[in-house]
Unconditional design. Sequence first.
Length: 290
Amino acid sequence: MPTLQQLRRKVKTIQNITHIIHSMETLSMVKIRALQDKALRLKPYTEELYRILEEMVVRIPDEYLNHPFIKERPIFKTGILVVTSDLGFCGSYNLQIIDALEKFLNNRKLQNLNFYVIGSYAKRYLSQKKLNIKKTYLKFLEDTSFSHARVLARELINDFLEKEIDELYVIHFDFINIVRQEVKVHRILPMIPINLENKKEEFFIFLPSLSSILDPLLNDIIETQIHQIILDSAASEQAFRRFAMKRAHENAQKVYSRLLFQLNQVRQTQITRELLDITSSMETLEKEVK
């Protein structure tokens, strides 16, 4: 049976932990709202880029399908962008990403894979598996600015054009809403070509040149995709952390209530024992006086 002093110390510790956990839950809620707002505001821009591309490619089917971002080629090296967190306390967020990665790696030749890693969790996992980590990007989910996404996208594009990889897959969380997030595994490069069944027989002159319009447009689409992935992943991480902190807060409160009940029991037992001792002493003194 723990002493009264030990129980008081435990109750104080649980109180402090509960306050910290509640603060982390509140902070995650604030971050979710900010990231959710950014992600939602970016999606119309992405959709507009695709609409412009669709309007353009139905008039230039040959040039479009032969573009290096679109044209299929023999696959010798596969690049995989894995997005995990740098920090813990986010429940099963990283475990679900790793589970999706392991399923993706089934029946694939591991020596033909190059990994691009966002987050220290994936870095540790892939290092333990002795897989080829080509590049690592840390704290990208803490700073979700477009400049980070652009740096990452341009490095991926450069490796693809230099044929260091022949295709690029991404494994990340898609943020749907504050209570629903899903792991997605999809290919970014080569880009899936737009349906050209409704191509238009029209003649256009592109100035200064077709490549000067098509190349930046496709680059912008990929950069925006990467930015959307980072925003969705960061928002999902905070959603997982908020849920984990909520559960931890509830559990801490249960432990606090149980310890407080035990503390009151011990204190009541101690008071009762002291009263009995006092009563016994008084009776003994009365007998001695008589």
